[in-house]
Design a protein around this ligand. Structure first.
Ligand SMILES: [Zn+2]
Length: 469
């Protein structure tokens, strides 16, 4: 499955996800968007299908040998609570963010309907390729099409990064400078010697395949990423550096405890800092001309973030909802693709680029399926990062609206955050979370608080329009 996924779509040469993503990001013609989406899904998904059908019973046999009903239960057991309870918890979290997602979907669909006409029905699901992502994983690329106030101060720093000649190393150093501003222990010199920040000439390397690795023991953290000078890549760098710092901070623990208290904490570790990349912060490091705080600039900034973080939530939720059903036998091979699109429609409100057959295998194009790597941790991270951000803002002595807080430069916040990192898995996550925030449950209320001005604005914009699908 991994070979099929990473080889990509081959005729005279092989093309990976990055090739098709490029087309989705840049093509003007909706037919080109559809064709790129289809080429990737038909070229990689279909050949993976028989492999996955063989794989499911094998993986389940392994899980049963370890004392679990199936692989889904085994994955859910990583959360310091009964696996069935975790299932209920994730449903509760989704229910609390779903109204915000619905408002965002409603607004974005209307913009796309205006642009594409009947291609995007006014009351139906959005054709997935028009979100300019292979999975509608995020809607970052829609920013120019949906920006609320085009004339308000700029939010996206891509142009500034190019104008200031940011090279890959400087991009990563910019992220590292944030961690160091918090007083966190710097990454070891080997990180800078051994990491790969740009595609090496003449070598085969999958891009985008950003990841942090522990190669030779816990103290040997490295990163692989083909860094481009874009706002999105700057965000990804903060995400990956979070992993690096988390793992670096745990190196003193016994090997079995060298993991995050909760898989979602690991994925949230760097994203928490993204929430501090406010216009004021980006201005302070010379990437935005002003730290504009007008109402319009605020809505722009929150929309920019929501296209990434709110748009992601239903996808983050449904990938493993689908796999849990597959591993438990509730969804059988004949229904693989149908069930996938039911969930895509139900949670994301998106539909396929063209009619799909039951013999297609569209979940197969998600790399985490080929790698058999759980996905729910990204959903948990998408929620808990706001809770961690709120707790760190309190440590930093900040008392204003949550979306205005940046912990940049706060040693108090940094010390508290590094304490969480250093705990690794030596305590249940509920205890680790309580130590930092005083809370024992993962809740979306901090996320809702952060986006409150945007949600109110969206409600106003959507007034009188039929939302939902
Ligand atoms: Zn990650």
């Amino acid at each position: 499955m991994q070979t099929t996924y990473f080889r990509g779509v081959c005729d005279r040469e092989c093309r990976g996800a990055d090739h098709f993503l490029d087309i989705l990001h840049t093509a003007k013609d909706p037919v080109a968007l559809r064709d790129a989406w289809l080429a990737w899904h038909d070229g990689v998904g279909r050949p993976e299908r028989p492999l996955f059908e063989n794989f499911v019973p094998l993986a389940n046999a392994g899980a049963r040998a370890a004392g679990f009903r199936d692989v889904g239960e085994m994955w859910r057991s990583a959360y310091d609570e009964p696996p069935d309870q975790f299932l209920v918890e994730t449903e509760r979290m989704w229910a609390s963010v779903s109204p915000l997602y619905q408002e965002l979907h409603c607004y974005v669909r209307r913009k796309l309907h205006t642009k594409y006409g009947e291609l995007v029905p006014a009351h139906g699901v959005i054709p997935t390729q028009l979100t300019r992502d292979l999975y509608s994983l995020n809607w970052n690329q829609l920013w120019p099409e949906v920006v609320p106030y085009p004339d308000a101060a700029p939010i996206d720093v891509s142009e500034a990064l190019v104008a200031q000649h940011y090279d890959p190393l400087r991009m990563v150093k910019t992220g590292e400078a944030f961690f160091e501003s918090l007083g966190m222990e710097p990454l070891p010199a080997t990180f800078w010697d051994r990491s790969v920040f740009a595609k090496p000439e003449g070598k085969v390397m999958s891009c985008p395949g950003q990841r942090v690795w522990n190669i030779d023991g816990p103290a040997d953290v490295r990163m692989t990423m083909c860094v481009e000078p874009t706002h999105e890549h700057l965000w990804i760098i903060y995400h990956e550096l979070g992993h690096a710092h988390y793992h670096w901070a745990m190196r003193h623990l016994p090997l079995l405890l060298q993991q995050a208290a909760n898989p979602g904490f690991d994925e949230a570790s760097g994203d928490v800092l993204q929430l501090s990349m406010t216009p004021a912060y980006l201005h302070a490091i010379g990437l935005l001309p002003t730290a504009a705080t007008s109402q319009e600039a605020t809505i722009n900034a929150l929309m920019h973030l929501a296209l990434d973080k709110v748009a992601f939530l239903p996808y983050g939720y449904l990938v493993d909802k689908w796999r849990w059903e597959v591993f438990s036998g509730k969804t059988t091979p004949g229904d693989y693709n149908t069930r996938w699109w039911q969930l895509k429609a139900q949670y994301q409100g998106v539909g396929p680029a063209a009619p799909r057959a039951t013999t297609d295998f569209d979940p197969g194009v998600q790399g985490h399926l080929a790698l058999n790597f759980p996905y729910m941790s990204y959903f948990i991270a998408g929620i808990v990062q706001f809770q961690l951000h709120r707790a760190l803002c309190k440590k930093a002595g900040f008392s204003g609206p949550l979306h205005e807080c940046s912990i940049y430069g706060s040693k108090a916040a940094g010390a508290a955050y590094e304490r969480l990192f250093r705990l690794g898995a030596s305590k249940p996550w509920q205890d680790a979370l309580e130590e930092l925030s005083g809370e024992r449950q993962i809740d979306a209320d901090a996320l809702i608080e952060y986006f409150a001005p945007l949600q109110a604005w969206l409600k106003e914009q959507n007034r009188g329009h039929a939302c939902g699908w």
